[in-house]
Design a binder for this molecule. Structure first.
Ligand SMILES: [Zn+2]
Length: 120
């Protein structure tokens, strides 16, 4: 379980190999409501605690497979971007180096472009 933030300002929450986009708070902001990122095709949503990020409730089943491998790769890229920033290496060279072992590179790049606005 982890949290990422996209540069479009929407929080992303990952749980059990699925990825969710922040939707809304409850009335007193103790809970966060998240929609599956395939919200047009999938009606699954989850509720988490604002304070602890613990998953409190899962509504509906996903209509698709989990994306554990994609999420793992995406977290690796988040880490790499941070590393690139720290080391002043060009981001693209760090990413090329670090993604050489990841099988879903193309898929990740597509996802990354969609959600984080990064192009190659
Ligand atoms: Zn779903």
């Amino acid at each position: 379980m982890s949290q990422m933030k996209s540069i479009r300002g929407r929080e992303i929450f990952t749980h059990d190999g699925y990825m969710y986009i922040f939707d809304a708070f409850n009335f007193n902001k103790t809970r966060k409501f998240w929609r599956c990122r395939y919200k047009n095709d999938c009606s699954c949503c989850i509720h988490t605690s604002t304070e602890t990020s613990e998953v409190l409730k899962i509504l509906n089943d996903h209509s698709h497979d989990s994306e554990a491998a994609l999420i793992e790769a995406n977290e690796a890229i988040t880490y790499m971007k941070q590393r690139a920033k720290d080391s002043l290496e060009p981001t693209s060279s760090v990413i090329n180096e670090c993604t050489s072992g990841i099988s879903q590179v193309a898929k990740v790049h597509n996802f990354y472009f969609d959600y984080f606005g990064m192009s190659n």
